[in-house]
Ligand binder design. Structure first.
Ligand SMILES: Cc1cc2nc3c(=O)[nH]c(=O)nc-3n(C[C@H](O)[C@H](O)[C@H](O)COP(=O)(O)O)c2cc1C
Length: 364
């Protein structure tokens, strides 16, 4: 870490955050405590310490790291070890590992445990060919007869809880989430997060919440439902009727970092989050990201993507996006960003067309 600076939020924004956070209720999923049942999903190259910390501050009840290779850890790969970094201010964080070999996963889990996460999560949802052809990620869903041994080998020497994130199955003909949950329960895992798509589906179509609800209804373990909860009203509706003990949000918070908080709004509330609030969040993300990288180029690339996601849905975003991608300088990028967000009327709300594809590839 280079510097420990954190620009305070304005009192107006901080008050809105505090008001909505007071409505959250702590929950236990198995033996793992979270600040609320709304969690940030693991996302490769996104769910890193600075972003996870920001999301916890903005109401995520807990977070999971991006997927991290067990072999990278065991081979002492420096970059992989950096991915294990947890910020001391993070509260409810799990580290997610991927790999096909239970012994290698078990060794890596012991190393990851040293970083003091609250739990170790196994990636069994990654649909990416490079991972699947080696037998990791969602390929593990195909060989359920090996799973009991996989889980017990990993759990044997681990002193913190073990959890797993899966898809509903390999394909339409092989929906086997219930079976996987049963094995997980038998082997003493704490909870199962399920992305409501099959591996074959990749990111096409919609998450199948009928399957998620049916699995959660009968499940012997707490189930975290995940998939396509892009807007706060969708999260609210789902929270009101779900059999899942918790919900996990991935892409939603990228375009709306206030989605966790807004999920606690009621019809009587007058609270809303406008462009100025977005700019404050971007400033804080800049502070946090700069504590984890000394390379201006890396910071620029990271900031650019978040700025553009957060701007999506605001007026004039196409021009702004063009300007941001043509600006090679970090200082200019932040200046243009300030001009854009602060130049919008504070009452401006977002309008996102959810029929348009957004981030249709990922590792789970
Ligand atoms: C860019 C990106 C990266 C992802 N990386 C991971 C990952 O590292 N591990 C994992 O289990 N899932 C990963 N996922 C899947 C998400 O955790 C989540 O299951 C999926 O995006 C569906 O949830 P959503 O509709 O709320 O985004 C990733 C998804 C995206 C879009």
């Amino acid at each position: 870490m280079t510097k420990a600076l954190r620009t305070p939020f304005s009192s107006d924004l901080q008050q809105k955050i505090d008001t909505l956070k007071e409505r959250q209720k702590k929950i236990m999923l198995g033996s793992v405590e979270f600040n609320s049942p709304l969690l940030l999903a693991p996302m490769s190259a996104i769910s890193i310490a600075p972003f996870r910390l920001l999301m916890e501050e903005l109401g995520a009840g807990g977070t999971v790291s991006e997927l991290i290779s067990c072999h990278g850890i065991n081979y002492q790969n420096e970059k992989t070890h950096q991915m294990l970094t947890i910020d001391p201010r993070e509260e409810h964080i799990g580290i997610q590992l991927f790999g096909e070999d239970p012994e290698a996963m078990a060794r890596a889990a012991l190393v990851a445990q040293e970083r003091n996460p609250k739990f170790i999560d196994i990636n069994m949802g990654c649909p990416v060919r490079k991972v699947v052809t080696k037998g990791g990620g969602s390929a593990l869903l195909k060989e359920t007869q090996k799973l009991a041994n996989f889980f017990s080998t990993m759990k044997k020497d681990l002193s913190i809880p073990l959890t797993v994130k899966i898809r509903t199955g390999w394909d339409e003909e092989n929906i086997n989430a219930k079976e996987v949950v049963h094995i997980a329960k038998e082997e003493g895992l704490e909870f199962v997060a399920i992305h409501g798509r099959t591996r074959t589906q990749q990111y096409k179509g919609h998450a199948n919440w009928n399957i998620l609800e049916s699995v959660a209804c009968e499940a012997e373990l707490p189930i975290i439902g995940n998939g396509d909860l892009h807007e706060a009203h969708e999260v609210r509706d789902r929270m009101g009727q779900t059999n899942c003990q918790a919900l996990m949000l991935g892409r939603g918070p990228l375009r709306n970092p206030f989605i966790f908080l807004e999920s606690y709004l009621t019809a009587d509330d007058t609270i809303n989050f406008g462009p100025k609030d977005y700019f404050e969040v971007i400033t804080r993300l800049y502070d946090y990201l700069s504590q984890y990288t000394d390379r201006e180029r890396t910071l620029l690339v990271q900031m650019r993507k978040h700025i553009v996601w957060m701007a999506q849905g605001f007026p004039g975003v196409a021009n702004f996006r063009g300007q941001i991608f043509q600006t090679p300088d970090l200082g200019d990028t932040m200046k243009f960003t300030e001009d854009y967000f602060m130049g919008l009327d504070h009452r401006t709300s977002k309008s996102i067309d959810h029929s348009e594809a957004f981030m249709t590839s990922g590792h789970g």
